[in-house]
Design a binder for this molecule. Structure first.
Ligand code: C5P
Length: 237
């Protein structure tokens, strides 16, 4: 249960607070992404934190090092438990982010946030990557970006379930691996944009530290039951 992070990809702050409350005890954390944050801002993150939820603030920072450092420090002010940046922002950007996270947490007297880097988005396949001018296989690119991430001093990466085994093998047990792109179970996701998906149990067996699930839970007729089924799948794995 601790490993299940539910993406609160809903339209309003009220919906997000309700969904988080409905999933209490089933999900180990909730994720606030760019839509909800753009609409509701840091006040919503603080309300979720105050209600006792661990919040993954998924804003995928990707900018010059100074700007990203300031954004990470600002994210720490909201009480976020986990924060992400894009690994393709490079070593200097990630080092600045890590330093800022630690310094901002020390100033607040709280533990540093888990800082992870997105390697390759789970919606991207080899053809898309090639269109971006990256001609090596997705897995090679992911592992190279994970290496940069670890060398920059971050806690781990966000990667697709298909890369989890290779990353776990290369970087050991201490490295955090967060995996979105979870599918399976009775309900599909209409018009799905995720390209590199896997079931929850398989993903945990492959070595994921946390899985992030959005639509398979949010669009289910009974989100709590859907989350419980996924948590069960993870527990038996
Ligand atoms: O609805 P679904 O289960 O596809 O939601 C996955 C969530 O994880 C979305 O909020 C998406 O933005 C996020 N995410 C992702 N791939 C990444 C990082 C985050 O799908 N690399």
């Amino acid at each position: 249960m601790d490993k299940l992070i539910v993406a609160l990809d809903v339209e309003t702050g009220a919906d997000a607070l309700q969904l988080a409350a409905d999933l209490r005890g089933v999900s180990g954390g909730v994720k606030v992404g760019s839509r909800l944050f753009t609409l509701e801002g840091p006040a919503l993150v603080r309300r979720l934190v105050d209600a006792g939820h661990r919040v993954f603030l998924d804003l995928k920072f990707h900018d010059i090092p100074n700007t990203v450092a300031q954004a990470v420090a600002a994210a720490v002010q909201t009480g976020a438990w986990m924060i992400d940046v894009h690994a393709s922002g490079g070593t200097a950007m990630m080092q600045a982010a890590a330093r800022a996270g630690h310094e901002a947490a020390a100033r607040r007297g709280v533990p540093p946030p888990l800082l992870v880097a997105v390697t390759v988005l789970t919606s991207i396949d080899r053809e898309t990557l090639s269109g971006l001018g990256v001609h090596r296989p997705v897995l090679d690119h992911v592992v190279a970006l994970a290496q940069l991430t670890r060398d920059a001093g971050l806690d781990g990466v966000v990667a697709s379930p298909h890369e989890t085994t290779a990353i776990r093998r290369a970087f050991g047990d201490e490295f955090t691996i967060v995996t979105p792109g979870i599918r399976g179970g009775p309900a599909g996701v209409p018009g799905d944009d995720q390209a590199r998906t896997m079931g929850a149990g398989e993903t945990v067996r492959a070595g994921a530290s946390y899985i992030v699930v959005g639509r398979p839970i949010i669009t289910a007729p009974d989100p709590r039951a859907a989350a419980q089924a996924i948590a069960w799948e993870m527990a038996v794995a």
